[in-house]
Design a protein around this ligand. Sequence first.
Ligand code: NAD
Length: 240
Amino acid sequence: TTSLAGQRVLITAAAQGIGRATALAFANAGAEVIATDINDAGLAGLDGCRIARLDVLDAAAVTDFCAGLGPVDVLFNCAGVVHAGSILDMPDSDLDFAFDLNVRAMVRMIRAVLPGMIERGQGAIINMSSVASSVKGVPNRFAYSTTKAAVLGLTKSVAVDYVGVGIRCNAICPGTVQSPSLDQRLAATGDADAARAAFVARQPMGRIAQADEIAALAVYLAGATYTTGQAVCIDGGWTI
Ligand code: NAD
């Protein structure tokens, strides 16, 4: 495994799912982890991590929190929301909220930590996208895919603007990953078992990812010193 001893890693949405698995994976790799979320109870059990409440929708909170933090070597922007619906059955409020949480929150976080990274001439930013983005059309995911495609645009933009000063910026594009919110989405269909079977069937590997498989990719990208501006798919073969 990559050793990240001496690296400070800041993670959003670390209370459950991929964010939580990633916080534990970074801690295992020897990093100093600052795990943040709005769910204090979920953060509480994160052994080996420093935990803090941070609402990434709150611009002032993001600025204040990052200003008081000191140097950050790795930023993992994991916070995101999945809305169901096509363009005709999506309320505008879903699109506004998805842009705020899936895109603008990343802009806020990057603005807050990037100047410090530039000053020190090093930094790795990892943004959570999805194969449901510009990579692949996925049914019933209009607001989600629109905003996750924007994440790839912002990732490449930051990567190209700061490649010369030691900053790397990459995105992770998972297929379907086991998480508490996935269970909620399956339940919301009214037939969770059938919905799960359909989700499993669309991944050629015949299973849904475990969060720690995505976490391992985040740890890899933190130390991938020759990789920037990439959208790395991790999807059980969905996009083959
Ligand atoms: P999840 O959806 O189960 O948990 C999301 C976490 O985000 C929760 O802990 C929640 O408290 C936190 N959160 C919500 N609003 C927040 C805010 N304003 N500030 C800070 N934290 C906030 O976790 P997941 O399913 O692992 O998803 C994590 C990320 O991975 C998301 O960006 C999601 O779009 C992406 N993703 C998930 C899947 C999947 O199938 N699960 C696939 C591709 C991409």
